[in-house]
Design a protein around this ligand. Structure first.
Ligand code: PRP
Length: 176
């Protein structure tokens, strides 16, 4: 299986630098508080692993899994919860960690659902956001990069489950 993307969009070095900046900003903003990092599976697993290890504040890691895309490249718009958090988030400071925000449906769904559970606060962090594809308004409190509307893979992002473990973010032709 050839897992090299056609073109590098964001290099390993650029990702490392930006993740460090985000971690510093988050650590400063949450000084004196414990943070629940809520990774959205599967895509966020690598970003969350790197981000969580560079924070300097007390933190715990939780995961949630949703699915928003049909297999392949066609977004369905529907979001479905397939795995919930294990611990209550009531009175906790929660940071949702996403690899990518595209239409915004996933984050919008998660914010609405998690807000009903009484967290002390809830914010969002995404490594990349596609430009011009939003269908619902969502606030991203901590954003790594704005990217063009292309199919990106690597650093957790897949195409039909391929390419997730590439160390950089690359672009592929989806008709390959
Ligand atoms: C991707 C990504 C986000 C979501 C963003 O997940 O990880 O969760 O799509 O898209 P949206 O803004 O249009 O809702 P995907 O459903 O591909 O699942 P995966 O993370 O398991 O690959």
């Amino acid at each position: 299986m050839d897992d090299a993307a056609k073109r590098v969009l964001i290099s390993e070095k650029e990702i490392e630098r930006r993740v460090g900046e985000l971690a510093a900003q988050i650590s400063a903003d949450y000084t004196g508080q414990e943070l629940v990092l809520l990774g959205v599976l599967k895509g966020a697993f690598i970003f969350l692993a790197d981000l969580s290890r560079r924070l300097t504040i007390p933190r715990v890691v939780e995961f949630i899994a949703v699915t928003s895309y049909e297999s392949g490249s066609v977004p369905s718009g529907a979001v479905r919860l397939i795995m919930d958090v294990r611990k209550s988030i009531e009175d906790k400071h929660v940071l949702i960690v996403e690899d990518i925000v595209d239409t915004g449906h996933t984050l919008h769904y998660l914010m609405e659902m998690l807000e009903t559970r009484g967290p002390a606060s809830i914010k969002t962090c995404a490594l990349v956001r596609k430009s011009g594809t939003a269908q619902v308004d969502v606030t991203i409190d901590y954003l790594g990069f704005d990217i063009p509307d292309e199919w990106v893979v690597g650093y957790g992002l897949d195409f039909a489950e391929k390419y997730r473990t590439l160390p950089y973010i690359g672009v592929i032709d989806t008709d390959e």
